[in-house]
Ligand binder design. Structure first.
Ligand SMILES: [Zn+2]
Length: 260
């Protein structure tokens, strides 16, 4: 499986629980960040903070047992253009995943939205024989279009403040502490918020958010779910539209009836 975030800590915040569950189910896991995270500091210059954040992201991957990839984009400079599509498609061909998770098509910042469309395009293009990515990595085309899932954005609201429902919740309670340990590897971001807010807001916000999703999943399932993540599946033409993840993690997946 492959999880792709725009920035170094996005995967940990949005879908590390799912990643850990799939590793436990026997999947080889890959985490990719498009950007080096060069705007993630008020004190350090771009190249210095980028170097720090690469190391933090690699450490987080080691905690999970996932392989780390960084595509070298810059913060606020992720765009849906020709070169970027070829670069992300090369990643998809290199990893050749069965399951891909990334940001939803509409999100609170443009980097996330551009990442979403680049990954969506790459899932399709990677399996297209005549699409050329040789300038990045001369690898063969992917076997097929993978299952594509979008994360729920933190707060679960659209750009106009209206709630956006996920299609299903995933019970991540028993891997939640490992998700937090992965997140805690991003020490530069944690420290920044700690100084800014005077508390450990970096970890607390994720704890609150996964608890909120867990509460809804508890109501729907009739059992106590302490922490959950939430997702939607891309079911457009040519992409797999059967319930891949739901079949793999059956007892942990709780559908949101109001989405359907
Ligand atoms: Zn981000």
């Amino acid at each position: 499986m492959l999880a792709v975030g725009a920035h170094p800590d996005d995967v940990e915040i949005l879908c590390a629980g799912l990643l850990l569950l799939l590793i436990r189910a026997g999947f080889e896991a890959h985490v990719a960040m498009l950007s080096v995270g060069d705007c993630g500091s008020a004190d350090l210059p771009p190249d210095k903070i980028a170097a720090v954040r690469r190391k933090e992201a690699e450490r987080a991957c080691r905690v999970a047992g996932a392989r780390y990839h960084c595509l070298g984009f810059r913060d606020l400079q992720i765009f849906n253009d020709d070169v970027s599509n070829r670069r992300v498609t090369a990643l998809l061909r290199e990893v050749n995943p069965v399951i891909v998770v990334t940001h939803p098509p509409a999100d609170y910042m443009a980097d996330h939205e551009a990442t979403s469309v680049l990954v969506r395009n790459a899932c399709f293009a990677a399996a297209t024989p005549n699409y050329d990515t040789a300038q990045f990595t001369p690898v063969r085309r992917a076997d097929s279009i993978p299952y594509l899932y979008y994360t729920q954005r933190v707060e679960g609201l659209d750009l106009f403040g209206r709630p956006v429902l996920p299609a299903f919740y995933c019970d991540i309670s028993d891997v939640f502490e490992t998700k937090l340990r992965m997140l805690a590897c991003h020490e530069s971001q944690r420290e920044w918020l700690r100084r800014h807010h005077g508390m450990d807001e970096y970890l607390d916000e994720v704890r609150r958010w996964t608890s909120t999703l867990g509460e809804r999943a508890s109501v729907l399932s009739g059992r106590h779910i302490a922490h959950a993540e939430a997702f939607r599946q891309h079911r457009g033409h040519a992409y797999p539209s059967d319930d891949g993840l739901e079949l793999l993690l059956a007892d942990r997946i709780i559908p949101e009836p109001e989405f359907h």
